[in-house]
Design a protein around this ligand. Structure first.
Ligand SMILES: NC(=O)c1ccc[n+]([C@@H]2O[C@H](COP(=O)([O-])OP(=O)(O)OC[C@H]3O[C@@H](n4cnc5c(N)ncnc54)[C@H](O)[C@@H]3O)[C@@H](O)[C@H]2O)c1
Length: 362
């Protein structure tokens, strides 16, 4: 029997808000009820495009549409994540499930509080950790489930933006990126979420951060290079290299992830494009999806959230949950601590415990 579509409002109609609204419009599990942006022109333009009413504050959305099931928060702010807290807390307080964009917050205390409050209210809080909602990532998880990787030994993650985008005359001191940790906070949530998806929780972090000469000379505040060494609770070691347009891509393109185990190794290239699997004594097996557009991850991730909410999965089984997003922020803040103390080893703050639902079989 067809499920009743979940009623959704999207708050924050920038580029990403449009991407989310498009995904809801195309999904039978959802009904896009309205859009909201506190900039009137943006709300009105999106309303016209998606043929739904426009609102200019979440308060008015909640008052006009008490029947809403989900508030999707695609606001941005400083460091591209500072304006999620207020709408997320407002929506949870009104009893709505929430999907928020990454990073869950640029402030670790706000991130912890959002996760705590969603648990208190017994509502779903998901985050758009979309980088592992892809064919290659599913294939990799299948290899692990089929015991084709074995005991995990190491993982290598390399992510970034191509080439040098640094132009001293273009540095805008008012930009949301003009803060030392803006790249670390807004972007590392993705690679950390991928590393944790495959290898579980990280127990130790050690980081170096820097920026190239062109950024220094133009007084660009952002630390655009991160080199992070980690150890996972399962004993695997990992390395993450991230840079924001300071160097040209090498092997694996803009996003590659390799996990090596005692039985086999896989490497995902360009996030959505390709997976190679190596097994001792065998020819490499290559899965090429033919997909190169990273935007393909958004509808898959949004569909997963809609499925989980429709199916009423126990909160601890929500895919890419607020708690998962909090984990990535704990690692990022541990990396910042490590960098600030000259590369010392840091143990990330413990996550809130999970109490499983009695009798649920996954
Ligand atoms: N998952 C991904 O792959 C991915 C990729 C890029 C960006 N993002 C994230 O998506 C989010 C949005 O990015 P963007 O580039 O569209 O940002 P943006 O700044 O272009 O758009 C955000 C919009 O939200 C509106 N807004 C902010 N606070 C509001 C509030 N309280 N009520 C109503 N409207 C409000 C702003 O007016 C703006 O129009 C950011 O958190 C960013 O980090 C995610």
């Amino acid at each position: 029997m067809a499920k009743t579509p979940l009623k959704v409002a999207v708050v924050g109609m920038g580029g990403i808000g449009h991407t989310h609204a498009r995904a809801y419009k195309a999904n039978d599990l959802a009904q896009l009820v309205c859009v909201c942006d506190w900039v009137k022109e943006k709300a009105d333009e999106a309303a016209e495009k998606f043929e739904v009413p426009a609102f200019y504050s979440l308060k008015d959305v909640l008052a006009a549409h008490p029947e809403l099931d989900i508030i999707d928060v695609t606001t941005g702010g400083y460091e591209n994540g500072s304006w999620h807290y207020e709408p997320v807390m407002q929506a949870l307080d009104a009893g709505k499930h929430v999907l928020t964009e990454k990073p869950i917050s640029n402030d670790i205390f706000e991130a912890r509080e959002m996760v705590r409050f969603a648990t208190e209210k017994d509502l779903y809080l998901g985050c758009n950790l979309n980088h592992y909602f892809s064919g290659p990532a599913d294939k990799a998880r299948q290899l692990m489930a089929d015991d084709k990787i074995g005991e995990q030994i190491y993982s290598l993650t390399k992510v970034g933006f191509n080439g040098s985008t640094v132009n001293p005359s273009n540095i805008d001191p008012k930009s949301r990126w003009q803060m030392p940790y803006s790249h670390a906070k807004a972007f590392l949530t993705h690679p950390f979420s991928v590393m944790r998806h495959f290898s579980g929780d990280i127990s130790h972090v050690q980081a170096f951060m820097d920026k190239p000469g062109a950024r220094r000379q133009s007084s660009d505040l952002m630390l655009s290079i991160q080199s992070v060494h980690v150890r996972f609770q399962n004993g695997c070691v990992g390395y993450l290299l991230s840079q924001r347009g300071d160097a040209h891509f090498g092997l694996g393109g803009w996003w590659s992830f390799e996990l090596a185990g005692t039985k086999g190794t896989f490497c995902i290239e360009n996030c959505v494009e390709k997976l190679t699997y190596w097994e001792m004594g065998q020819e490499p097996q290559i899965t090429d999806t033919g997909i190169t557009d990273f935007d393909a991850t958004f509808p898959i991730r949004i569909n997963a959230f809609l499925e989980d909410v429709s199916n009423g999965v126990p909160k601890e089984y929500l895919r890419a949950s607020g708690r998962d997003a909090l984990a990535t922020m704990e690692y990022i803040f541990a990396a910042i601590d490590s960098y600030e103390s000259g590369g010392e080893l840091v143990k990330p703050n413990a996550l809130p415990p999970i109490h499983g639902a009695v009798g649920y079989v996954k």
